[in-house]
Design a protein around this ligand. Structure first.
Ligand SMILES: *Cc1c(COP(=O)(O)O)cnc(C)c1O
Length: 433
């Protein structure tokens, strides 16, 4: 059924039952959806929605397209404000047709936390703290949508390669949905990630290679295992979940955007998704002319997008010998490279790399000065912010949003080795040193 066929029931129900939080989830059953088709991100050819799709014929990511005109007519910003906050507030912008297929673990609205002490000029500096989401990372947004759509399309078994957080989110949402999941991690994936994946019901393996090599195992097992490949950007819906970061951010800022967004970029789903969100919001008139400059932040030890940006190419080359403490952005080759580069360039932004040393220093600085513990990937965006104030590519008077994509507690922290003997007198004066 198309969005328009369903549309008539909606205003009527809205009048009868004002969408208080209690009624609202029931009402979603009749909320119209506006997906028209899927489109190859590179070639632009169309594919039918409501069928199982992976990559396009050109082997590129598929993007979900909506009837934006009908969407814009169906809902007003004030109506959204009456709904409970969180990802499903933006239901009309999402592809799930039937509310019964929504798989949810409580996707909260993540806070915009100001960093007043570290703010260098008149522009506000915020962290959007995505570590508050289920499974402690923003991968929850993508997998919430991907797994909901897998359920809607009748998929029973899924697989993915992961550096940790995506696998954890997949495990949680797939288990919740009653879908079987298989996860493959590079062997040096943080221990906590591998364990949480297993604890949440997925079958997980450590693989003696990097993430793209794990990806080959997933691709190679399709026939024998009959699983659906949920690798980053190899199915159309994770982007739609990550898109909600852009919708939510604009909503939190009163349907406005910051001057600059710094995003730790691995596969790039979030950067691509947010840029898509801003364009959809602009198309329906909820945002004006101004869009943020999108800055892709990578680690110096794995910076294929930065290299491609600097060389002016449309695609990125495989990065050999990838290494960084920020494991979430250790992605040597990204299938959506051209979409990342396009968003960065169209927005007037840029791509930049930071050293591991700067990442750890940044994590320390934000935690010690502002009391906010970032993950290394999130810390990379603060390191990049400082670096680019120096180069002048970001002005201290611009407003900037840094993305902290995961809870800092999932990562190893510097050890503490100070001890006290409670059976001896305590030298309190010495505690101050
Ligand atoms: C996955 C991940 C990233 C990279 O996100 P993409 O949208 O795939 O580029 C960054 N940080 C953390 C903590 C992650 O888990």
């Amino acid at each position: 059924m198309s969005g328009r066929d369903r549309f008539p029931a909606f205003p009527f129900l809205t009048i009868c039952f004002p969408p208080s939080s209690l009624f609202w989830y029931d009402l979603m059953d009749t909320t119209p959806t506006f997906v028209t088709h899927l489109e190859c991100g590179l070639k632009g050819d169309h594919y039918p929605a409501d069928t199982v799709q992976g990559l396009s014929k050109a082997g590129k990511p598929l993007l979900v397209r909506y009837d934006l005109e009908a969407l814009g007519r169906s809902v007003r910003r004030e109506q959204l404000a009456e709904r409970p906050p969180g990802l499903w507030r933006y239901r009309e912008f999402l592809p799930v047709r039937k509310a019964e297929n929504i798989v949810s673990l409580g996707e909260v609205e993540t806070p915009l936390v100001e960093l007043p002490k570290l703010q260098p000029g008149r522009g506000t500096l915020w962290v959007k703290d995505e570590g508050r989401l289920p499974t402690g990372s923003f991968k929850a947004r993508g997998l919430c949508l991907a797994v909901s759509m897998a359920r809607e399309l009748g998929i029973r078994r899924v697989a993915m390669p992961t550096n940790g957080n995506a696998g954890a989110a997949l495990a949680a949402y797939a288990t919740r949905a009653g879908i079987e999941s298989y996860v493959f991690c590079p062997e040096d994936t943080p221990e906590i990630n591998v364990r949480e994946i297993a604890a949440q019901g997925a079958k997980v393996w450590r693989v003696n290679g990097l993430i793209h090599e794990c990806g080959k195992i997933v691709a190679g097992g399709k026939e024998a295992m009959g699983w659906f490949d949920l690798s980053t950007l190899k199915e159309p819906y994770r982007i739609e979940g990550k898109k909600t970061m852009g919708l939510e951010l604009a909503d939190q800022l009163g349907w406005d955007v910051p001057d600059v967004i710094l995003y730790p970029t691995g596969g790039g789903t979030g950067l691509i998704g947010m840029w898509k969100a801003f364009q959809e919001l602009q198309a329906i008139g909820w945002l004006g002319e101004k869009l943020p400059r999108m800055v892709a932040v990578q680690a110096a030890g794995c910076a294929p997008i930065v290299r491609a940006y600097e060389e002016g190419t449309e695609h990125a080359e495989l990065w050999t010998d990838a290494h960084t403490v920020a494991s979430g952005i250790r992605v040597p080759v990204a299938i959506g490279d051209f979409l990342i580069l396009r968003a960065v360039r169209e927005s007037g932004g840029f791509a930049t790399a930071v050293e591991d040393e700067a990442i750890l220093k940044a994590r320390n600085e934000v935690a010690q000065q502002e009391g906010l513990l970032l993950c290394p990937e999130g810390a990379a965006t603060y390191a990049a912010y400082r670096q680019e104030l120096e180069t002048g590519r970001i002005s201290p008077d611009e407003s900037a949003v840094l993305f902290n994509c995961a809870i800092g507690l999932k990562y190893p922290l510097p050890p503490v080795d100070r001890t006290l003997d409670c059976h001896r007198p305590i030298d309190y004066e010495a505690l101050k040193s």
